[in-house]
Design a protein around this ligand. Structure first.
Ligand SMILES: O=C(O)C(=O)Cc1ccccc1
Length: 357
């Protein structure tokens, strides 16, 4: 086959793809009309998972699961945005890891709003200025983002989905010499994930670590101030035009961060592979065994717990805590309902959503 004929075959396949995509959009539009008449939600992560699973299982071509997922998530996002452009807020500025997490879910066509703090993302979802908000929640090497966990208690939002992405850090600065750097900007959890690089490179030097709201804010600052540096994403360093001195400075190359997609009053249908996040404010935790008995109820119902985090209740001068608990399964399942019914107002479900590997 000549190059010419291969190209013309590709062109003809592209024509067919375009026709098929337009037909698909038509059908999605009809689904949208039906949904609007019943006020149902347009974003359905569990339905998207079902479609990707089905395509992956029947696939016998060159495309692997990641490729199928990348292309179809974009098709889903384009379909939803033709219906009703979704406004999605994220912890900005542009180029943050949260921005990457948001784009990996909502595609290139959504209407993005970069906000300066995690709190402002919660508030814009709360007030309805945006439909979805994306925030970082924890890192697999360094643990939780405290501010995000505390806001889950303070605000009344639901978790619609989780996203996990690998995180690699770049050291960017206008200085040619490390000894000239007076300040290094980054997000607190990013400093923790690069501690070995920092102690090896800045031992004996004077640089001050300055925590700021996000790593892309750090890049923006490093672009404005010559004798400073940022620990940020490669994308943010490029975006704000800060020269890159080192890439991949994280302590662990298995570094991953988990993000949550927040929405107001959002409920997913069961997908068959779900996770549920619960806030537990247990009464009488001064008495022995209250927390232990609560956790045993999950064991008794054969429910696997995947996370427990305690955070201060901040009710006066006491040392009392609330717990963020995550378990496998969907809130509609009877064994989880048993526990929830028993505890009434002590527990609040933040959401059941597709569990991501
Ligand atoms: O600061 C950012 O870019 C964020 O999105 C938060 C964050 C920081 C460090 C690792 C992953 C996410």
């Amino acid at each position: 086959m000549t190059l010419e004929s291969l190209r013309s075959e590709i062109d003809s396949l592209d024509d067919q793809l375009l026709t098929l995509l337009n037909q698909r959009m038509e059908l999605v539009r009809k689904v949208g009309e039906l949904k609007r008449s019943t006020n149902a939600v347009i974003y359905r992560p569990e339905r998207e998972k079902q479609i990707i699973d089905r395509l992956h299982n029947q696939n016998n071509g060159l495309m692997n699961r990641a490729a199928i997922e990348a292309i179809f998530l974009e098709i889903f996002a384009v379909s939803r945005n033709l219906e009703l452009p979704e406004r999605v807020a994220f912890l900005g500025p542009e180029g943050s890891f949260t921005h990457q997490a948001a784009e990996s879910r909502f595609g290139a066509m959504s209407n993005y709003v970069a906000l300066p703090t995690i709190r402002s993302v919660f508030e814009s979802v709360e007030t309805g200025r945006v439909r979805f908000g994306v925030i970082p929640i924890e890192n697999n090497q360094e643990g939780i983002v405290e501010e995000a966990i505390d806001l889950l208690l303070e605000k009344d939002l639901s978790i619609a989905a989780e996203v996990k992405i690998p995180v690699h850090f770049t050291f960017a600065t206008q200085s040619e010499n490390l000894a000239d750097i007076t300040h290094i900007y980054s997000k607190d959890i990013a400093f923790r994930q690069c501690s070995r690089f920092l102690s090896d490179s800045f031992d004996g030097l004077q640089a001050e670590m300055v925590p700021v709201e996000s790593t892309s804010k750090a890049a923006k600052l490093a672009a404005q101030h010559p004798h400073t540096a940022a620990i940020c994403s490669h994308i943010a360093a490029k975006l704000f035009d800060v020269p890159i001195l080192f890439d991949n400075i994280e302590d662990s190359d298995l570094n991953r961060t988990r993000f949550l997609i927040l929405a107001k009053d959002f409920k997913n249908q069961p997908s068959g592979n779900d996770k549920t996040s619960i806030i537990a404010k247990l009464a009488n935790t001064e008495s022995p065994g209250v927390l232990a008995k609560f956790l045993q109820e999950f064991d008794a119902q054969n429910i696997n717990l995947t996370k427990i985090e305690s955070r201060p209740l901040r009710d006066g001068a006491t040392f009392r805590y609330w717990f963020l608990i995550e378990c496998e399964g969907h809130v509609n399942e009877p064994h989880l309902q048993e526990i929830l019914k028993k505890h009434g107002a002590e527990v609040k479900v933040l959401g059941s959503y597709v569990q991501v590997e």
